[in-house]
Write a new protein. Structure first.
Length: 141
């Protein structure tokens, strides 16, 4: 079991994984249609998450109109917004030593990795009455 855990840890930090430079994130990144997966549970309290409990986000679903905007960045830190059609929420992010990034806004945490010329953004929104875990492919606008 320890060997399997070590193998997974090493594989996750492969030197072949494209690295993120936070300065390259400056601009707008939009969700790609048909490239989102995840699940939602519970009852949302806002218009951003209009959904039914147990609703799955499937790869063939219509594009979700979310946008990542990065306004300021240095090599390993950045500030921006995660925007729905209804509102934008401020976020802060940091690039990890393995070249992936983590971010947080007021109610969600995010993981970000490079996928060729695109980004894979995975988010987790925990809560007492509503939870979301989803991954989206984003492309620069």
């Amino acid at each position: 079991m320890i060997a399997v855990t070590a193998l997974i840890a090493v594989a996750g930090c492969s030197s072949d994984t494209p690295k993120i430079d936070a300065r390259d994130l400056i601009g707008e990144w939009a969700v790609v249609e048909g490239a989102s997966v995840g699940a939602r549970s519970g009852t949302p309290r806002d218009a951003d998450h209009a959904t039914e409990s147990g609703d799955f986000i499937l790869p063939n679903a219509p594009a979700i109109d979310w946008t990542l905007r990065v306004m300021e960045a240095d090599e390993r830190g950045f500030i921006g917004e995660w925007c729905s059609p209804a509102q934008c929420k401020s976020l802060a992010g940091a690039v990890r030593r393995d070249g992936t990034a983590i971010m947080a806004d007021e109610d969600s945490v995010f993981a970000l990795s490079r996928d060729g010329d695109a980004l894979e953004l995975c988010l987790m929104t925990p809560g007492e009455s509503f939870q979301v875990v989803a991954c989206h492919l984003l492309r620069s606008r």
